[in-house]
Design a protein around this ligand. Structure first.
Ligand code: NCD
Length: 314
């Protein structure tokens, strides 16, 4: 079993995770949704300690892992770059080894660098969960997006998900591509050519297919769901322009007019944080009939409960 799968209790990515393992995790997460909604706490992981190692800012993912751990009866220790010895020059790996030596039961790792959770997983004894590494993967976000769609449709086979935005710099899109195509959904990637590398059509596990479309209105004609993504300027580096392309909202924004052209049952998604008025209009993001953005957040806790439960009592 490769390290990128969910073997050895780690969850480092969705790349290579077979359909039956995805389904088992999603089934368990599905079973937790009602408990999240009714604010119930269980004792499934009572007495366990989970370390959140977040070397990059986060609101939803970090709090969601903490809420998930607490709802399972586990406690958390939180470490961020600022306020730790990272600011005194200690390496990320040394930091993780110290927490491992303290005997934490699992680590949740977010890093601006691709591969950091894998590096840590190779060095520590406890399970490691990737909470987003650079542009690489964000497996729990992929799972929560897929759970949100699966709860709506039951089966993803033959469905088309349009993902629009900064594809090149998105770890969310990579995890979604692995998971969605494994479960039989087709994905249409949309954005300006500079943000949608042709190589992304190869990120498919089959049976689902991946295609690229630069005309959003054209892509929306085929959409069973639409996922909008933030332009991740902080990941553009020196050569990436570092700015939102002019005309972006008109060409690639999910505006009120565009959203009105969609059938009413097409869910509108966003992993957050949302740049209102850029990739999606406020009215669309907040539309109680079509936006499932808050449902994604709720389902995120359920997914993380399933992932933590699995990591700590396989
Ligand atoms: C995403 C991330 O950090 O990769 N957000 C999230 O985890 N909910 C997407 C983003 O930052 O735009």
């Amino acid at each position: 079993m490769t390290q990128a799968t969910i073997g050895r209790c780690n969850l480092l990515g969705l790349d290579g995770v077979p359909a039956d393992e995805l389904a088992a995790l999603l089934d368990e997460a599905d079973g937790f949704v009602a408990a999240v909604r009714s604010r119930e706490t269980t004792d499934l992981l009572a007495g366990r300690v989970i370390a959140n190692l977040f070397f990059e800012p986060s609101t939803r993912t970090r709090c969601s892992f903490t809420v998930a751990a607490n709802r399972l009866g586990a406690s958390t220790v939180d470490l961020t770059g600022l306020g730790s010895s990272l600011s005194k020059g200690e390496t990320v790996l040394a930091t993780a080894l110290n927490l491992d030596a303290m005997g934490v039961d699992a680590m949740v790792v977010r890093s601006p660098r691709s591969g950091t959770p894998h590096l840590i997983a190779d060095a520590v004894a406890c399970p490691v969960i990737n909470a987003g590494d650079g542009r690489h993967e964000h497996p729990t976000q992929g799972l929560l997006d897929i759970l949100t769609l699966r709860r709506r449709w039951g089966d993803l086979t033959g469905r088309t998900i349009v993902i629009v935005g900064d594809i090149a710099n998105s770890r969310v899109v990579r995890s979604n591509l692995h998971g969605l195509t494994t479960l039989g959904a087709d994905v249409v990637l949309v954005g300006p050519p500079v943000l949608v590398p042709v190589s992304f059509t190869k990120i498919t596990a089959g049976p689902g297919r991946v295609s690229i479309e630069h005309d959003l209105d054209e892509a929306l004609l085929r959409a069973d769901a639409v996922m909008t993504l933030r332009i991740q300027i902080e990941r553009h580096g020196d050569d990436g322009g570092g700015a939102i392309p002019p005309d972006y909202r008109r060409r690639y924004g999910l505006t009120v007019d565009r959203a009105a052209s969609l059938p009413k049952d097409v869910p509108i998604m966003h992993p957050g944080p949302v740049n209102r008025g850029v990739e999606i209009d406020s009215e669309v993001a907040d539309d109680p009939n079509s936006s499932v953005i808050m449902e994604q957040v709720t389902n995120g806790v359920a997914v993380r409960m399933a992932v933590l439960r699995r990591a700590l009592s396989p």
